[in-house]
Design a protein around this ligand. Structure first.
Ligand code: GDP
Length: 376
């Protein structure tokens, strides 16, 4: 069965509307090394596609990893470190070794201490009961970690011996949608395997990779790119591509800082509402996409602003259809004394400093929100 070299979908020549379609003439002309119509359209025309969201299908795809002796690279987006841990992952990958690769560190401003992130990720991974053998902070656009994979894979059988022990067979790259798995594979392809260009289709859209894409690691084993997990606790599971483009930082973040008086509210587009209250001054810095609109107002006027500005100033979401999926809201109440960071899955994080204040974060119910005290 041949597969699309860009997304791993099984090739079919009968239905142009379905995944994996390739016109017969393309197969006659190019043989097995073909891109499907969907990949062709994304690569050449920036076409947009709606993903078919299905958690069960995802788990079915990865569930056999637990029966192998594999290395799992869990790739996490630096902007969503809590959401990056796929729920119940250990059930599907078993006790296999996990190398956590935290990607897109290039979007963080230089003032951010990356070491702090590494420590926090190490803490979260312990809670998740994963057999973590290392954490790497990278930018897949610039770095290749094949040397690290090789170091983990082969060990000298005895001191000073040339005989090598092979510690695992296949290496799977796993992670949520759009964390940069395919970009990472392409970088390895270009640097290590001498592929002339990006073979795998990458895009800011969800579910570009449809199925496993296998590249030889050595004579017996493969490096395998896997489809992305669409995390229900991330905005990306509910909004369309236009909104998603606004959320994902494309280049380094310009931090937006506010000095707030009590009784002020900040809207993050139409996605979240944060109310600040208390007796002291409050310093708030937003580490979010530069394209995401922030609107500050007095709390007393917040309802009116929402009523009149939804889908106008307060975007994304841009459509009623998306808003409907995000309709049910939940509120997190925090008392902050000193400094705290609030992480909102899909948006980024907010650094707050105050002698004492109350913060009320209103988000759609499924969205993951975590607060860490004294983090930065
Ligand atoms: P996948 O769905 O996990 O395979 O993710 P892709 O490789 O398709 O990447 C998703 C988006 O993130 C694309 O627009 C990439 O250009 C972008 N991306 C990938 N790696 C990096 C990185 O290191 N830094 C930044 N800023 N963006 C990246």
């Amino acid at each position: 069965m041949s597969r699309c070299i860009g997304c791993g979908a099984k090739i079919q020549t009968t239905n142009p509307e379905k995944i994996g379609y390739v016109p017969e003439i393309a197969i006659i002309e190019r043989g097995e090394q073909v891109y499907c119509k969907r990949c062709y359209d994304i690569r050449h025309h920036n076409a947009l596609y709606t993903p078919e969201y299905d958690t069960k299908m995802y788990y079915d795809k990865i569930k056999n990893i637990k029966d192998e002796n594999a290395l799992v690279i869990l790739m996490i987006d630096i902007m969503d470190i809590f959401g990056g841990f796929i729920p119940n992952l250990s059930e599907y990958i078993g006790n296999n070794k996990v190398l956590i690769v935290v990607n897109k560190i290039d979007v963080l401003p230089k003032s951010v201490n990356i070491k702090k992130f590494e420590e926090l990720i190490s803490l979260i991974s312990k809670r998740k009961k994963l057999n973590v053998v290392g954490i790497m902070m990278i930018s897949a656009r610039k770095q290749d970690v094949i040397a690290r994979i090789s170091k983990l894979k082969y060990a000298a059988k005895k001191k000073y011996s040339h005989e090598k022990e092979v510690r695992f067979d296949n290496c799977y790259i796993i992670g949520c949608a759009s964390v940069g798995k395919s970009t990472f594979m392409n970088m390895i392809g270009k640097i290590t395997l001498n592929y002339p260009s990006d073979v795998i289709t990458t895009s800011n859209q969800y579910q570009t990779t449809q199925d496993f894409i296998k590249w030889p690691l050595d004579q017996r084993s493969y490096l395998i790119d896997t489809p992305g997990f669409i995390n229900p606790s991330h905005y990306g599971a509910y909004i369309d591509n236009k909104s998603l483009q606004v959320l994902i930082p494309k280049k380094y973040i310009k931090v937006r800082t506010y000095q707030l008086n009590p009784d002020q509210t900040i809207f993050i587009g139409g996605l979240a509402k944060i109310k600040f209250d208390g007796e002291n001054k409050i310093n708030v810095s937003f580490y979010i996409s530069n394209e995401l609109y922030l609107h500050r107002t007095k709390t007393i006027q917040a309802d009116k602003i929402l009523e009149t500005q939804q889908f106008k100033l307060l975007v994304p979401p841009y459509t009623e259809e998306e808003a409907l999926k995000l309709n049910e809201k939940t509120v997190y109440n925090y008392e902050i004394t000193g400094t705290s960071d609030i992480f909102i899955s899909g948006i980024g994080f907010i650094h707050i400093t105050s002698e004492k204040c109350n913060v009320e974060v209103q988000v759609p119910k499924p969205i993951l929100v975590e607060k860490i005290d004294g983090f930065m």
